[in-house]
Design a protein around this ligand. Structure first.
Ligand code: NAD
Ligand code: TYD
Length: 349
């Protein structure tokens, strides 16, 4: 079936993998990538698909309602997969309003434009909102987030994502908009922006720079390889139920310090360094304010209903990731120059 699908934020980390999967797997779909190209958006992520006949790029800001309404009128999208967001917790602590504009107002602008275009006939339409497990807040040593866990966000980032989730559900309940939401755990993999823990440590190990561990390093995250997240998004987009939420996780919990030690061992081997060399770079630094102790997903629903399970183990995924970063030095040099340097110096001074 021919479909015109808007993917927002497809120049970013996860969005680029989702766009690639859809462009390659569904030649009958036309994929329109709408991205503002903030510091996190990089068209180099999409080089291999940029001239595909079923792909096009539009530069624009989801906060600009008039522009979004015009784009929807012109393009008459059949579906939206919404990933555009400000996505880094530490940046949200420094500048919460930027997160309100893009994550909350930007999402509402997209919902309004979709409603205006679709409300006469919602059949075969879909608004798919990509969200995070961070909306559920923090777990103690036990327990898992399920789709019915109450929202309890702590950071400006997670508060803005929680707000956007509520608006998406409100448009379903109030206006009958066919929506679906997924809340995923921490992703890692190729094209990950090196402000996040794993790519930051890969880059710093490579350059013999300190590996900053917040607090005691015992904070726990559930890690999923980004290409597996893209596979899960494909499944939810095609087979998820309207109005439903799906939690997506990696069945893969790690304390930060254990993860970084594992990464150090892997990098020592890849860089032909003596075992134990990179671990000496580990440096405990001031904790993140409001730091959530543990995230862990119960992914039973998406596993049972849609058959999702990660295709790679963490060891395999981490090795692929490290190899990608070592082979793509130019990519890393481009994204770590300029404004990234200023951010890095301010965050870790
Ligand atoms: P990212 O920061 O790498 O990419 C975000 C993209 O959105 C960039 O290309 C950026 O240019 C674009 N963008 C930002 N503001 C925009 C605006 N106002 N208008 C248009 N485009 C704009 O983020 P990511 O890690 O790829 O995350 C994508 C989505 O997945 C986000 O909604 C995030 O909340 C969610 N998510 C991320 C993770 C994770 O581990 N990274 C986990 C679960 C959910
Ligand atoms: P991050 O990659 O920023 O993802 P999120 O905050 O969305 O989970 O951080 C992952 C974990 O690593 C989190 O517990 C914070 C921690 N962390 C550090 O210890 N040092 C760092 O320099 C960064 C960026 C994160």
């Amino acid at each position: 079936m021919t479909k015109k699908i808007l993917i927002t934020g497809a120049a970013g980390f996860i969005g680029s993998h989702v766009a690639r999967l859809f462009v390659n797997q569904y030649p009958d779909y036309h994929i329109v990538n709408l991205d503002k190209l903030t510091y996190a958006g990089n068209l180099e992520n999409l080089k291999d698909i940029e001239s595909a006949p079923n792909y096009s790029f539009v530069k624009g800001d989801i906060v600009d309602a008039a522009f979004i309404n015009e784009l929807f009128e012109k393009e008459q999208f059949d579906a939206v997969i919404h990933l555009a967001a400000e996505s880094h917790v530490d940046r949200s602590i420094k500048d919460p309003l930027a997160f309100v504009y893009t994550n909350v107002i930007g999402t509402i602008n997209l919902l309004n434009a979709a409603k205006n275009c679709w409300q006469a006939d919602y059949s075969n339409k879909r608004f798919y909102h990509i969200s995070t497990d961070e909306v559920y807040g923090a777990l103690g040593a036990e327990g898992l987030f399920t789709e019915t866990t109450s929202y309890d966000p702590h950071s400006p980032y997670s508060a803005s994502k929680a707000s956007s989730d509520h608006f998406v559900r409100a448009y379903h309940d109030t206006y009958g908009m066919p929506v679906v939401i997924s809340n995923c755990s921490n992703n890692y993999g190729p094209n990950h922006f090196p402000e996040k823990l794993i790519p930051l440590c890969i880059n710093n190990i490579k350059n013999n720079k300190p590996l900053p561990i917040y607090g005691d390093g015992k904070y726990t995250r559930d890690w999923l390889y980004v290409i597996d997240h893209a596979r899960a998004i494909d499944m939810v987009f095609h087979n998820g139920k309207n109005g439903d939420t799906y939690n997506i996780g990696g069945f893969n919990e790690w304390q930060n310090i254990d993860l970084v030690r594992t990464l150090c061992k892997l990098m020592d081997a890849k860089l032909n360094r003596a075992p134990g060399t990179s671990e000496q770079l580990i440096t405990y630094v001031k904790d993140r304010p409001g730091h959530d102790l543990r995230y862990a997903i119960d992914a039973t629903k998406i596993n049972k209903e849609l058959g999702f399970y990660p295709s790679v183990t963490f060891e395999e995924g981490l090795e692929k990731t490290v190899e990608w970063f070592l082979e793509n030095e130019e990519w890393l040099n481009h994204v770590t120059s300029g404004s990234y340097q200023q951010y890095y110096n301010a965050q870790y001074k």
